[in-house]
Design a binder for this molecule. Structure first.
Ligand SMILES: [Zn+2]
Length: 462
């Protein structure tokens, strides 16, 4: 199947051969290949001179003085330039040019399409209007926003011509390999720096492929006398069972959105994110410490929050101006707690200021540890802020309200009334139990807690 580099090679050759020539006759053997009325198509092009040929993604655009002819090669579209009319079974359109040559459009699967549009509006109407820019031209922000808001696999997103254009199956696999990103990683989990790497690597891969005349794989060989050589440069695509050139791990093949997808399971890890939560005094911290001791990365959201309050001047000044409070005052956090305690609007305003920064720092941590297959995020208010949607699995350290109360009174030296107040300020632990994927019961001894965690770790590593 032709991809951007192959179409670019075709464009270069066609432009060299056809620029400034006039179309003298058109023979159409398979009418459905023309979008719109066939005689309108002929009338629009007859005696028109080709000014130049453009390419957008995988679309070729023949530009005339008033109109353009868009040619979408799809799966198997090819051009041949011949000295005489010499059609085969799969030639569907032939153009006679003013130099006496015949341009044959050949398409074994008949998926290709031609369309005439006015030159003044072909980028605003028709198929090109929906096309995103290609890697070398795309604005980083529009690309990053498009993938960030999506839960689709990054492989599928990179193939979507409305997200980024010109990347087909071969070049997406190569780009993901060079960026060390698993093809199934969700768009929403792509870190900003990874998005930058994706664009840079896509540009590199495509430029190199264009230089080498594209890739000649199976069905698509350039009909215009050019044999692509990029297949000799492939790292992973079509390399199932061979060893990764970086780490020697065996390259795997999977299906993503129906497309054969090749990757190195060691270089391209799709981290499983596990949210760890509990109620107040339910033993979550004990569990978290134990998981950490087993060699897992545990991202501690409380630690991130307290770090932000200590060091993030931008956040502190946003809090100062929103709540008219002096953040340099040593008792500022108690004052802030009082302000938001009985005011839901103010609590939400504060959450908005703090949470977006916490999430960004969690993303940075995940990016730092992107080669680890399993990472835990320890977050007390995980369900309250609906963070479960960003996790693959959630684990609740559960204990009864009675034990919570008893531990809180002993540990924090609180009165029963104050302890109850603290417990009631959070979502009820029994509601959390309903939301969690895995519940670890911590009503018994610490040994029992450790045992259950061991069992869980064994389970997720299977
Ligand atoms: Zn590898």
């Amino acid at each position: 199947m032709p991809e951007l580099p192959e179409v670019e090679v075709v464009r270069t050759i066609l432009e060299q051969e056809l620029k400034n020539l006039t179309i003298k006759d058109i023979f159409i053997y398979y009418e459905p290949i023309i979008n719109g009325n066939v005689s309108d198509f002929k009338n629009a092009l007859l005696n028109q001179k080709i000014s130049h040929i453009e390419r957008y993604g995988k679309f070729l655009v023949f530009v005339f003085s008033d109109v353009v002819m868009i040619s979408h090669l799809r799966m198997e579209g090819k051009y041949y330039i011949k000295d005489k009319l010499d059609t085969t079974k799969h030639d569907h359109v032939v153009f006679l040019m003013s130099n006496g040559k015949f341009v044959h459009y050949n398409d074994t699967r008949k998926f290709g399409r031609f369309e005439i549009l006015k030159r003044s509006e072909y980028l605003k109407k028709g198929p090109l209007s929906k096309l995103a820019a290609e890697p070398k031209d795309i604005s980083f922000d529009s690309f990053y926003q498009a993938i960030k808001k999506s839960e689709r696999a990054i492989k599928t997103l990179l193939l979507d011509q409305q997200v980024i254009s010109g990347l087909g199956n071969i070049y997406v696999d190569e780009t993901l390999f060079l960026s060390r990103i698993h093809p199934l990683k969700k768009g929403s989990r792509i870190h900003k720096d990874e998005a930058k790497e994706l664009i840079n690597n896509a540009v590199k891969v495509l430029n190199k492929a264009i230089k080498l005349g594209g890739t000649t794989i199976r069905s698509y060989t350039s009909s215009l006398g050019v044999t692509g050589l990029f297949q000799n440069e492939l790292y992973v695509h079509t390399k199932e069972g061979e060893t990764c050139p970086v780490c020697k791990t065996t390259i795997k093949k999977i299906k993503v959105g129906g497309r054969g997808t090749y990757f190195c399971p060691n270089c391209q890890v799709n981290t499983k994110i596990i949210g760890l939560t509990g109620g107040i005094a339910s033993g979550k911290s004990t569990a978290s410490t134990y998981i950490l001791s087993k060699g897992y990365t545990v991202i501690d959201s409380d630690f991130i929050v307290s770090n932000l309050y200590q060091k993030n001047q931008e956040m502190l000044s946003e809090i100062a101006s929103t709540f008219l409070i002096d953040t340099k005052d040593v008792t500022f956090k108690e004052k802030l707690a009082k302000i938001i305690f009985n005011d839901n609007n103010k609590r939400e305003a504060l959450n908005k200021i703090v949470h977006k920064r916490v999430y960004m720092m969690i993303e940075d941590e995940l990016y730092k540890h992107k080669n680890e297959p399993i990472i835990f995020i320890d977050m007390p208010l995980l369900f309250e802020v609906a963070y479960q949607k960003k996790c693959d699995q959630t684990v609740l350290i559960y204990t009864t309200r009675e034990i919570q109360l008893k531990r809180l009174i002993e540990r924090n030296k609180l009165t029963k009334v104050d302890a109850k107040k603290r417990i009631n300020s959070q979502m009820d632990i029994n509601d959390k139990k309903m939301l969690a994927d895995v519940v670890i019961n911590n009503c018994d001894s610490i040994e029992k807690l450790h045992q259950q965690i061991d069992q869980f770790l064994e389970e997720i590593n299977k």
